[in-house]
Design a protein around this ligand. Structure first.
Ligand code: TYC
Length: 108
């Protein structure tokens, strides 16, 4: 006999407690890298790091100087769409100010 309290699509209980564990996959992460150049003003890079990567002033200066001295540096690590958006935001603002600043994405 069917249980009148149960919906029709549920199989009859076996008395075994089971836990469904929906299969989820952690998204891949991507580093946003900033590249050095000889023309973009240091203050502009610091501003971009604060505005688009939510860095505090001191952290932004530290990252900017790292890129200035080493040629490349990590601004942050994000899922693909977020990383792509941040690269576009930086490059759009740089273009508007006619700075050659370049940003890229690298898979972690
Ligand atoms: N090298 C630039 C200068 O001396 C500053 C700079 C730092 C530019 C970081 C780009 O990603 C960069 N004005």
């Amino acid at each position: 006999m069917s249980d009148p309290k149960k919906p029709y699509d549920e199989p009859p209980s076996t008395g075994l407690a089971t836990k469904t564990r929906p299969k989820t996959k952690k998204p891949s992460l991507y580093k946003v890298l900033m590249l050095n150049d000889d023309y973009t003003p240091m203050e502009f890079v610091v501003h971009a790091l604060q505005r688009f990567f939510s860095k505090g002033h001191d952290d932004a200066v530290r990252i900017m100087l790292h890129v200035h001295q080493r040629g490349v540096g990590v601004c942050g690590v994000y899922t693909y769409e977020v990383a792509e958006t941040k690269v576009n935001q930086v490059m759009d603002l740089a273009r508007q100010h006619q700075h050659p600043l370049q940003c890229t994405i690298e898979k972690e």
